[in-house]
Design a protein around this ligand. Sequence first.
Ligand SMILES: Nc1ncnc2c1ncn2[C@@H]1O[C@H](COP(=O)(O)OP(=O)(O)OP(=O)(O)O)[C@@H](O)[C@H]1O
Ligand SMILES: [Mg+2]
Length: 257
Amino acid sequence: MLIVIAGKGGVGKTMVSSLLVRCIAELKKDAKILAIDADPAANFADALGIKSLISIGEIIENFANANQDKENNNKKFLDYLQQKISENTAHTEKFDFIEMGQGEGAGCYCSVNDVLRFVLEEKQKDYEFVIVDCAAGLEHLSRKTTTGADVLLIVTDLCEAGFRSAETIKKIAVNSGVKEDAMFLVINKAKIGSEKVKTSSEILNERIANTKILEICRIPYDENVAEYNASGNPLINIPVSSKAHIKIIELAKFLTG
Ligand SMILES: Nc1ncnc2c1ncn2[C@@H]1O[C@H](COP(=O)(O)OP(=O)(O)OP(=O)(O)O)[C@@H](O)[C@H]1O
Ligand SMILES: [Mg+2]
């Protein structure tokens, strides 16, 4: 199952991705899980509490630097890529991890996005769950990198801009061939019950309805998440009683059925 996590910058994609990795690992003890950081800003490894190895971007660059002559190198490149990707997949007891990094410089054989498409195709054979933490924005979807998603989680916080992004992401995802029934809205940092209540919940409901995306999960503002992030502790280790963890366990149960 390919699970892709998208959304506007700063809404909580990496938080959702990392806790989802943990929760699916807790629920499906023997399942092989691969976490992929598709964000060039690359902080998924920190959230997962692991050390990343060489990124795919660096692998591509190393090959390009060593093979200036592009002629007849395609097969060599694919072989090199396959070998280096497997060498640079980080392994933990519960999941494996690949960092895409960046790399689109002149002379490169193909972009990180092209290679991500290849990695997703290849790796889905070996893993029961592949979880992709996307960069903010639309690139992965518009370039059809993640078209094969079984589940596209579109994360937003309560801000209008987050919902607007969610709508755009949905449109682009539909155009690039993601099935509509694979798309779900995740609302994050919801300050439930603490505001001037009625109007704000009415506005929120209206915003949700306008996206025409099915809300699958509402995660409250969680002090533990904020605290772990601020102090640089891996999010994956937050207490099981944390509000975010409780909600993501429910989400993981739904997804893994
Ligand atoms: N439920 C939550 N409660 C409190 N703080 C949260 C919650 N979810 C995320 N945050 C905080 O919001 C910030 C952004 O979260 P995160 O890095 O997961 O977002 P992102 O969408 O991956 O961002 P980027 O687009 O930069 O990759 C972090 O400081 C995190 O601690
Ligand atoms: Mg992130």
